[in-house]
Write a protein that binds this ligand. Structure first.
Ligand SMILES: *[C@@H]1O[C@H](CO)[C@@H](O)[C@H](O)[C@H]1NC(C)=O
Ligand SMILES: *[C@@H]1O[C@H](CO)[C@@H](O)[C@H](O)[C@H]1NC(C)=O
Ligand SMILES: *[C@@H]1O[C@H](CO)[C@@H](O)[C@H](O)[C@H]1NC(C)=O
Ligand SMILES: *[C@@H]1O[C@H](CO)[C@@H](O)[C@H](O)[C@H]1NC(C)=O
Ligand SMILES: *[C@@H]1O[C@H](CO)[C@@H](O)[C@H](O)[C@H]1NC(C)=O
Ligand SMILES: *[C@@H]1O[C@H](CO)[C@@H](O)[C@H](O)[C@H]1NC(C)=O
Ligand SMILES: *[C@@H]1O[C@H](CO)[C@@H](O)[C@H](O)[C@H]1NC(C)=O
Ligand SMILES: *[C@@H]1O[C@H](CO)[C@@H](O)[C@H](O)[C@H]1NC(C)=O
Ligand SMILES: *[C@H]1O[C@H](CO)[C@@H](O)[C@H](O)[C@H]1NC(C)=O
Ligand SMILES: [Zn+2]
Ligand SMILES: [Zn+2]
Length: 617
C-alpha cells in the first residue's frame, strides 16, 4: 500500500523540485513510474484517501491561517504546488469534469476542511468556474503558485503574467510639495463606508461558534457562551441589517455636513458556499436602496468589492464572453450606480466596472475595479495582462489630469500592497502612482476590515538611513461596518482641502465606532450609540497627513511602544477582542508595521529595513 502511495506521489511530485523525504527511502529502480500512466485504474476511494494522506503531512491549519494573514511561507507555497501538480496529473491521466469535482469534495470531507454542507456547497458554487479555468489554463502548476503567492514561491516567466503598462513619453514634472501652502478657507467633509457585509439571515441568540465560515444564522447547538448578540458578534458573523440601518440614521442625524460619500464595496455576507447570482444582485440592490433612503440627497461614489460576484472573487475579464462572462453583474451595476453617476461613465462600467468623474472644478475621482488584481480571481490565471485595459486607462486619465493641472483621488476595494493583489498588477500600479505622484493626492481602500494604511515610496534609490526614505503617497484603509474579523463596526469622515486652486489634500480624518459589547448589553431596549473614536492628526501626533508624516509615524512606533499600542487599538477598531489578543511581542508588532510600509505586494524591501532596526535595538 505504501509503495503504491509513494508511486502516485512521485507522479505528483515530479513537477516539483524535491520529492518527499519519506518517499525517497522507498524509491528503488524496480518501482519505476511506468505502468501507472492511467490513473483511471485507481478507484475514487483509493485516490481520495491517498490525496488526503499526502495532505495530512502538511499543517493545513497553519496554511489556512497564513493564507488569511497573507504570510505565504514555504509550507503554504508547497501546499499550493502540491495541489496544482496533483490537479494537472489527474487531468492528464484522464480524470475530468464531475469525477474531479467529486474527488475534491471527498478530500474536503476527509480532511475535515469544512463541514459536509459547506464542502458540498463550495464544490457546487465553484464547479463551473473551476472547470472552465482549468480546461483553458496554459501556465504550468508551479507558475500558477508564483502568480497567486508571488515570485518568491516560484518565478513566473510566462509573458501573459509578466507585463508592463507603458507610460507616456511626457517627462515626470518636478515633485510638488505635499502639504497645503495657502491657508485653508474651504473644506470638504467626505464620508467613507466600506465592507458592510450585511447578513439578512442574522439571528440573535443564534450560534456564534458554528463550524462554518459564517455563523450567527441558526440556533442549533447554541450554548450560553456561544449566543450571538442582538446587534452583532465579534466571532465569525456579519452584521444584521438593523445595525447598518442604525448607523445610517446616526449619520443623517449627527453629520449634516457631508459633501459626498465613498462606498468601497463588499456588500454581501460571507456565506460564500451558498451564493447565487440572483441572491447577490438582490442584496446589492436592497443595501443600495437603504443607503439611498437615508443618504440619497448626497452624491455617492461606489466601487466594486470582491464579494459582489457569485462565486466570490469571480470576475472574468472581457475576453470571457457569453454566459460565463460578468455581464450579469456589470449591467445591473450600471443600473444601480447610474443614480449617482453621469452618463459618460456607463461605457466603462459595462466594460470593466471602473470610471472617472469630475467632482469639483479641480478634482477628479477615479474608481478602480481591483478585482482585476485579486489573486483569488481564478480567471486571471488565463491571462492577467492588464484586464479590461484598466491600468492603461488609468495612465491616460492621470496624464490628462496632469496636463490640465487637475488633482485626482482614487478609490478601490483591495489595497494594492496586500498580498491579495497580484504582484504584477501591484508593481505596475506602484510605478504609475509614483510617476503621477503630483496628480494623485489621495487613495482610499477597504477589504482588510482593519484601520490601517499603506505607504508608497520613491524606490528609485535606497538611502543609507531609512528615515531619509521619501514617501510619495499613502493609501488609506477605512475599517469595516461588519464585525467580521473581530472589529467594532466603524465608519470614517475625511476632511479635505477645497480652497480654490488647492491640491485637495487630506487634512485629517475622524473615525467613529460602535461599542458592540455595550450595545449588546442593552440589546433592543436601547438605541445605538455611535461614538467618536479618534482623529488622526491629534491622536497619532501628526503635523499633517502628508505621506512623509505617515512614514515618520511608523518609525516612531518602532521606538515608542505606547504609541504603537494606541495604533493597534484603532487597528481593531477598539474591539474588546483585543483583551484576548494583545500585540505585545516584537514579531506581532513587526507584522503590523510591515503592512504599513508595503504599498507594493510581495515587496519586502522596506519591511526588511524595519527588521534591521528591530534587530539593532
Ligand atoms: C519579465 O519580463 C522582463 C522584461 O521583459 C524580464 O526582464 C524579466 O526577466 C521577466 N521575468 C521573469 C521572471 O521571467
Ligand atoms: C449539533 O451537534 C451535534 C453533536 O455534536 C452534531 O452532530 C450536529 O451536526 C450539530 N448541529 C449543527 C446544526 O451544527
Ligand atoms: C448561466 O450560468 C448561470 C450560473 O452559472 C446558470 O445559473 C444559468 O443557468 C446559465 N444560463 C444558461 C442559459 O446557460
Ligand atoms: C491577454 O490580455 C491582453 C489584454 O487584454 C491582450 O491584449 C492579449 O492579447 C491577451 N493575450 C492572449 C494570448 O490572449
Ligand atoms: C498648468 O500649470 C502650469 C504651471 O503652473 C502652467 O504652465 C499651465 O499653463 C497650466 N495648464 C493649464 C491647462 O492650466
Ligand atoms: C465597550 O463597552 C464595554 C462594556 O461597557 C467596556 O468594558 C469597554 O471598555 C468599552 N470599550 C471602549 C473602547 O470604550
Ligand atoms: C509629538 O511630536 C512632536 C514632534 O513632532 C514631539 O516633540 C512630541 O513629544 C510628540 N508628542 C507626543 C505626545 O508624543
Ligand atoms: C506574539 O503575539 C501574537 C499575538 O498575540 C501571538 O499570536 C504570538 O504567538 C506571539 N509570539 C510569540 C513568539 O510570543
Ligand atoms: C472603530 O471603533 C473605534 C472605537 O474607538 C472607533 O473609535 C474608531 O474610530 C473606529 N475605528 C477604529 C480603528 O478605532
Ligand atoms: Zn470585506
Ligand atoms: Zn473584500
Amino acid at each position: 500500500m505504501l509503495t503504491k502511495l509513494c508511486l502516485v506521489s512521485l507522479l505528483i511530485f515530479n513537477v516539483l523540485t524535491k520529492p518527499p523525504v519519506w518517499c525517497k527511502s522507498l524509491h528503488s529502480p524496480e518501482t519505476s513510474t511506468e505502468g501507472f500512466k492511467d490513473l483511471k485504474e485507481f478507484s475514487h476511494e483509493f485516490l481520495s484517501s491517498m490525496i488526503s494522506r499526502v495532505f495530512k503531512t502538511i499543517d493545513l491549519k497553519r496554511v489556512t491561517y497564513e493564507l488569511k494573514e497573507r504570510k505565504a511561507s514555504l509550507e503554504t507555497c508547497f501546499a499550493c504546488k502540491l495541489t496544482m501538480a496533483l490537479l494537472q496529473h489527474l487531468i492528464e491521466y484522464g480524470k475530468q469534469g464531475d469525477e474531479l469535482v467529486h474527488l475534491i469534495d471527498s478530500v474536503c470531507l476527509k480532511l475535515d476542511i469544512e463541514t459536509p454542507e459547506v464542502c458540498n456547497g463550495i464544490v457546487r458554487v465553484f464547479r463551473d468556474e473551476f472547470l472552465a479555468v482549468i480546461s483553458k489554463v496554459v501556465v504550468n502548476p508551479s507558475e500558477v503558485c508564483g502568480i497567486i503567492l508571488g515570485n518568491s514561491c516560484a518565478p513566473v516567466h510566462n509573458p501573459l503574467h509578466n507585463w508592463s503598462v507603458p507610460l507616456p513619453n511626457i517627462p515626470k514634472p518636478p515633485v510638488a510639495p505635499k502639504i497645503q501652502l495657502k491657508s485653508v478657507t474651504k473644506k470638504l467633509r467626505v464620508l467613507h463606508i466600506s465592507d458592510t457585509h450585511i447578513d439578512p439571515h442574522y439571528v440573535d441568540n443564534g450560534n456564534a461558534e458554528c463550524k462554518k465560515p459564517l455563523c450567527c444564522r441558526e440556533k442549533a447547538n447554541v450554548t450560553a457562551n456561544s449566543q450571538s448578540g442582538y446587534w452583532g458578534d465579534y466571532r465569525n458573523c456579519d452584521v444584521p441589517l438593523r445595525t447598518f440601518e442604525q448607523m445610517l440614521k446616526h449619520i443623517t442625524t449627527f453629520h449634516k455636513d457631508i459633501d459626498y460619500i465613498l462606498w468601497t464595496g463588499d456588500i454581501p455576507p460571507h456565506d460564500i458556499w451558498k451564493q447565487t447570482r440572483k441572491g447577490q444582485l438582490s442584496i446589492i440592490n436592497s443595501v443600495s436602496t437603504l443607503i439611498t433612503k437615508y443618504l440619497g440627497a448626497i452624491p455617492i461614489y461606489p466601487c466594486l468589492g470582491n464579494h459582489e460576484s457569485a462565486p466570490v472573487n469571480s470576475f472574468p475579464p472581457p475576453f470571457i464572453t457569453g454566459n460565463e462572462s460578468i455581464e450579469w453583474l456589470y449591467s445591473d451595476l450600471k443600473h444601480i450606480w447610474s443614480k449617482w453617476l453621469p452618463k459618460i461613465t456607463y461605457a466603462n462600467i459595462k466594460k470593466g466596472a471602473y470610471y472617472s468623474v469630475k467632482i469639483r472644478p479641480n478634482l477628479k475621482l477615479i474608481s478602480l475595479n481591483t478585482n482585476y488584481c485579486n489573486n483569488q480571481n481564478w480567471w486571471l490565471l488565463l491571462n492577467s495582462t492588464d484586464p479590461a485595459h484598466e491600468l492603461q486607462w488609468l495612465v491616460n486619465e492621470l496624464q490628462n489630469s496632469e496636463l490640465l493641472n487637475e488633482t485626482v483621488h482614487i478609490i478601490g476595494h483591495i489595497p494594492p500592497g496586500t498580498s491579495d493583489c497580484l504582484q504584477v498588477w501591484s508593481a505596475n500600479y506602484y510605478r504609475i502612482i509614483n510617476r503621477f505622484e503630483n496628480t494623485v493626492v489621495a487613495q482610499f481602500f477597504g477589504h482588510t476590515h482593519n484601520d490601517e494604511f499603506e505607504i508608497f515610496y520613491d524606490d528609485s534609490r535606497m538611502p543609507d538611513d531609512i528615515s531619509n526614505l521619501r514617501a510619495t503617497n499613502v493609501a488609506y484603509i477605512t475599517p469595516s461596518v461588519t464585525t467580521f474579523g473581530f472589529m467594532n463596526p466603524g465608519y470614517r469622515i475625511y476632511t479635505i482641502d477645497d480652497t480654490d486652486g488647492s491640491s485637495h489634500f487630506v487634512l485629517d480624518h475622524e473615525t467613529y465606532y460602535l461599542n458592540l459589547t455595550e450595545a449588546n448589553k442593552y440589546g433592543r431596549k436601547k438605541s445605538l450609540h455611535w461614538k467618536f473614536s479618534y482623529s488622526a492628526k491629534k491622536s497619532l501626533n501628526l503635523t499633517s497627513l502628508a505621506p512623509q508624516q505617515w512614514h515618520k509615524l511608523v518609525l516612531n512606533m518602532m521606538h515608542d511602544d505606547s504609541l504603537f499600542q494606541k495604533f493597534y487599538r484603532f487597528y481593531y477598531n477598539r474591539s474588546d477582542y483585543l483583551n484576548r489578543k494583545p500585540c505585545d511581542n516584537e514579531t506581532c508588532k513587526l507584522d503590523i508595521l510591515c503592512r504599513l510600509v508595503t504599498g507594493k505586494s510581495h515587496h519586502f524591501k522596506f519591511c526588511d529595513e524595519l527588521l534591521k532596526i528591530s534587530r539593532s535595538k
